[in-house]
Design a protein around this ligand. Structure first.
Ligand code: SAH
Length: 240
């Protein structure tokens, strides 16, 4: 059943407009009487019947709702240094599928194109498209771009912070996870193409981040964040 995203559902009639209406009418070519699913960022799926298709909007009647089963059970936040926009888009798409709850882009010393920041509208759109594809009803929340050294308050909320550090030689991800199996509010941190400056590594470790190695090969930043999310989520039993 096709899924559509709206900002909220507060009555038993839902109006679709803009891209979602265009998708229903011109891309999917759905008809009055067809059944569709609507999600709005809360924990429910709304099952609807199309009751009107107009030029600029369509109207759906809500027949019932059900708890969505595909939202993440583990609370994982990914702090990711700004990388090339296309790669950041890829990361947002994959982390939504994998079950990451929050995404925080940040600027660090070696960030290229600092003045541009993350294109948060584009990333939110990708996150919503990916949500519909993978069946979640609550999108991965994308926060505004932060400066690395201003993350202190946000990082203090986590009870486990795994920091992918390509210069780490002694602690592996596996060992770090095996020492931490009951954390509830988990963070991962991944750097940009240029990695981290020593003072940034020191800052993160001072915030309680556990510096880990992801193995003997240097991964691209996007590979590191996708791999790390999947392994951490699996460790905390997201996939059982
Ligand atoms: N410029 C660096 C590589 C950066 S890779 C260099 O050439 O040495 C981008 C980011 O991916 C890193 O900052 C780190 O967070 C993560 N990463 C990549 N490979 C890693 C590894 N083997 N262990 C830990 N983190 C890694």
């Amino acid at each position: 059943m096709k899924t559509f995203f709206v900002d909220h559902v507060n009555s038993n009639l839902i109006t679709l407009s803009g891209d979602e209406h265009n998708h229903l009418k011109n891309v999917m070519r759905l008809q009055v009487g067809d059944n569709v699913k609507v999600v709005c960022g809360n924990e429910f799926n709304y099952f609807c019947t199309i009751s009107e298709i107009n030029k600029n909007s369509s109207v759906l009647k809500v027949d019932g709702r059900e708890l969505n089963q595909a939202n993440p059970k583990v609370n994982l936040t990914c702090y990711m240094a700004l990388i090339k926009n296309d790669n950041l888009s890829l990361v947002v798409q994959k982390l939504t599928e994998l079950g990451c709850s929050t995404f925080v882009p940040f600027e660090s010393r070696y960030t290229v194109n600092k003045d541009k920041g993350a294109k948060s509208d584009k990333l939110s759109l990708i996150s919503k498209q990916s949500l519909k594809q993978c069946g979640r009803s609550i999108p991965m929340q994308i926060l505004p771009t932060q400066k690395l050294t201003n993350l202190t308050d946000m990082l203090s909320k986590h009870d486990l912070i795994i920091f992918a550090n390509e210069t780490e030689k002694s602690l592996s991800l596996t060992d770090a996870l095996n020492q931490n199996s009951s954390s509830k509010n988990i963070a991962i941190i991944v750097g940009c193409e240029g990695g981290f400056e020593q003072s940034e590594i020191d800052y993160l470790v001072n915030q309680g981040a556990i510096s880990v190695s992801l193995g003997s090969r240097i991964l691209r930043a996007e590979t590191a964040s996708i791999m790390l999310s999947a392994i951490v989520l699996n460790h905390f039993k997201e996939y059982v």
